[in-house]
Design a protein around this ligand. Structure first.
Ligand SMILES: Cc1cc2nc3c(=O)[nH]c(=O)nc-3n(C[C@H](O)[C@H](O)[C@H](O)COP(=O)(O)O)c2cc1C
Length: 222
């Protein structure tokens, strides 16, 4: 049951006034994260639900690869053999956290994830990514596999490491089999701006699983 002062209560009013400015700022910043390598929210924390008896970790840093403002969707790419994929298959509820230390600006996004391996979403992201950003998928072992020796193993053939940023698209192509795009359709957004003059916290919602519904928004207590 929902308590009347519970922060789980979604907002109900259309986004207007100053909140509309915050809303635009959030999506401007997310969009910039994809295009600017040093954008603060580019490397965010991606959270999945842990599977009982499975991998103990449900948080990891991931690079934001695509942002669709109109659909309120984010896309990342990952190894299809990694535990996060099994976690999403078991429960598509995911979250994203970004923090801009300089601006003291935190963003939290909640959404539902879909996994794309062989479809147009995966194909487009593979094609627009640089060979260097795709080389990790050439690993012969699933990520997380214990290393048998006493020294670390990069899970990449030596020739791949030697090629550095001269790697070609053809050379990384065998990694395509391990590549997955994960698209997160967002249904709740929360922004916290720390400020000595008074913190500001805003929350935006739409109905989960129905992206046609309009966003609502409101200020919430920091
Ligand atoms: C700066 C940074 C960027 C990263 N970017 C990605 C990424 O884009 N995709 C990804 O799958 N893992 C990325 N990782 C590695 C993940 O943090 C994580 O170690 C890996 O995906 C395994 O996660 P899992 O075992 O929970 O599935 C990145 C790590 C760091 C430190």
């Amino acid at each position: 049951m929902t308590h009347p002062h519970d922060s789980t209560r979604p907002t109900t009013r259309p986004i207007a006034g100053e909140l509309a400015v915050v809303w635009q700022m959030v999506w401007d910043r997310l969009e910039r994260s994809v295009n600017q390598p040093d954008a603060p929210w580019r490397e965010g924390v991606f959270a999945t639900s842990r599977v009982p008896g499975g991998d103990p970790f449900g948080l990891r840093t991931v690079i934001l690869r695509r942002v669709e403002r109109d659909a309120a969707a984010l896309t990342i790419h990952t190894d299809a053999r990694s535990p996060k994929i099994a976690q999403i298959e078991a429960d598509p509820a995911v979250e994203w956290l970004g923090y801009d230390r300089r601006e003291r600006l935190q963003i939290r996004l909640a959404g539902r994830a879909t996994i794309h391996r062989a479809d147009a979403v995966a194909e487009a992201l593979w094609n627009e990514s640089s060979p260097l950003s795709l080389r990790g998928y050439l690993g012969g072992h699933p990520p997380g596999t214990p290393v048998e020796s006493d020294t670390p193993d990069p899970n990449l053939p030596a020739w791949v490491l030697e090629r550095g940023d001269r790697l070609t698209r053809e050379e990384v192509q065998p990694g395509r089999a391990h590549f997955a795009a994960v698209r997160i359709v967002v249904y709740a957004v929360e922004m916290l701006q720390l400020d000595r003059a008074g913190h500001r916290r805003a929350r935006f919602d739409r109905v989960p699983n129905d992206p046609r519904t309009l966003w609502t928004g409101g200020w919430i207590m920091p």
